[in-house]
Design a protein around this ligand. Structure first.
Ligand code: UD1
Length: 419
């Protein structure tokens, strides 16, 4: 198993580019299936989820060319409706292809995506929405086999602003007959990015970023070129890297509005942040203040995907912080590992925990159990006394093209050891 070896104590300085967004690229690659032609998608991060999506696209009959940045998909030859089982088991978000397949072919055939370490991960909202659009699913607890002769526009009211359900239903609605109105939708920037790609391809979609999306079905989508948005979670992770080491760093290619919840929290802790051209500069001064309540919520609230990284930072802040995780029932595996490094954390229940800041952490062997939790351990290692070995680097690599290289370029002592 690959691992990161981090020797703490280096103050980060310099600049780093933020790569394309993992969570934006997946729905946009699924959207490419709806296009009866070629889509040129730039700034696609070279991570395992992108590679897994390419495997799905090829399995469905699309021609795909990828040079590690720009991905060209020609879906005019697509004909498959079955998602490969291996892809669904490796990447539960591959369910995002269901909306596109129903839209293009009126059929989808997939294994049921299971839960993950963060909890159960149901997809009831996706399926209820598809049903309202006319899809009939065969009854089976472990498969999603759905058919419809032609999807029809309707009104769908989401009872929770699920990112995946919002995107899946947008994809299904693009080529449907008539108008689909989806209320209670997720407002995440990746939903807006999907809308922008769909519009560039000729879809009639509006409202992304607000709580209601309206899609007027069109007959076909055309070829387009599109650049994926910067990854706001990678940006937030590197801001914490700067803050946790008392550093002075600049991030290039960030959209400051998208990461406002993170920059707001950092400012409250006493970090200086300012914009410079398309970059964002961070300067940390001395020991940071605790945050009374850090509560994860759907966008524009504080993102659950930065909870672990900020928890690592709060371990070293002055005073007591209370963190509340509201999106996933079991997103706390990193806390036990941080405790091994000397953090003072008390879990009240699965979703609420108290962190009393300590003056330093000690390097030791820790285990990444999920993507963002693993990133949090790398961040803790940057400031810990001595050497921190983060096992299971494979989890972290799912979301960062080269976290070790990026942090090295900022002066960190970190290396990825492959085994
Ligand atoms: C996406 C992101 C993930 C992020 C999450 C929340 C991708 C590939 N992943 O995941 O990184 O952490 O948004 O910002 O974009 N839920 C239901 N029923 C449903 C769907 C969801 O109950 O049908 C629940 C989930 O169990 C979870 C919550 O809603 O507790 C949020 O899930 P959702 O917004 O759908 O997250 P994902 O799209 O899976």
């Amino acid at each position: 198993m690959d691992k990161y070896i981090v020797t703490g104590g280096k103050r980060l300085a310099g600049q780093v580019d933020i790569h394309g967004s993992k969570n934006a690229v997946l729905p946009i690659l699924a959207a490419a299936v709806l296009v009866d032609g070629q889509s040129v998608i730039r700034n696609c991060p070279d991570i395992s989820d992108t590679r897994c999506s390419i495997a799905i696209l090829r399995h469905l009959g699309c021609a795909v060319d990828y040079d590690g940045k720009t991905l060209v998909v020609d879906a005019s030859t697509a004909s498959g409706v079955a998602l490969p089982e291996e892809a669904v088991s490796k990447m539960r978000s591959s369910i995002i292809f269901a909306g596109a397949l129903l839209g293009r072919f009126g059929e989808v055939d997939s294994a049921f995506p299971g839960g993950c370490l963060l909890g159960g991960r149901p997809i009831n909202l996706h399926l209820e929405g598809f049903r309202k659009m006319g899809v009939v699913f065969e009854e089976s607890s472990d498969r999603i086999d759905g058919k419809v002769s032609k999807l029809r526009g309707t009104q769908i009211d989401l009872t929770f602003p699920s990112v995946g359900a919002t995107q899946n239903l947008m994809l299904a609605a693009v080529l449907a007959e008539g108008t689909t109105v989806i209320t209670g939708v997720a407002k995440e920037p990746e939903v807006v990015d999907l809308q922008n790609f769909l519009r560039a391809s000729g879809a009639d979609v509006s409202g992304a970023g607000s709580s209601m999306i309206v899609v007027n079905g069109v007959k076909r989508l055309n070829s387009a070129e599109y650049t994926i948005m910067p990854d706001r979670i990678v940006a937030g992770t590197y801001l914490v890297a700067g803050a946790i080491t008392g550093g002075h760093i600049r991030l290039n290619n960030v959209n400051r509005r998208d990461i406002y919840p993170a920059t707001y929290a950092l400012s409250k802790m006493g970090v200086d942040l300012w914009s410079e051209g398309d970059g964002l500069v961070l300067k940390a001064n001395g020991r940071l203040e605790a945050i009374k309540n850090l509560i994860t919520r759907p966008h524009p609230g504080f993102p659950t995907d930065l909870q672990a990284q900020f928890s690592a930072l709060l371990c070293l802040a002055k005073g007591r912080s209370v963190v509340e995780e509201n999106l996933f029932e079991a997103r706390h595996a990193h806390l036990e590992e941080l405790t091994k490094m000397g953090a003072n954390i008390k879990i009240e229940d699965g979703s609420r925990f108290t962190i009393d800041g300590v003056s330093g952490l000690q390097g030791t062997d820790v285990v990444a159990k999920d993507l963002r939790g693993g990133a949090a351990l790398v961040l803790a290692g940057l400031t810990a006394d001595g050497v921190t070995t983060v096992h299971n680097a494979c989890y972290v690599k799912r979301g960062y093209v080269d976290i070790a290289g990026d942090l090295q370029s900022l002066g960190a002592d970190i290396r990825l050891v492959r085994s």
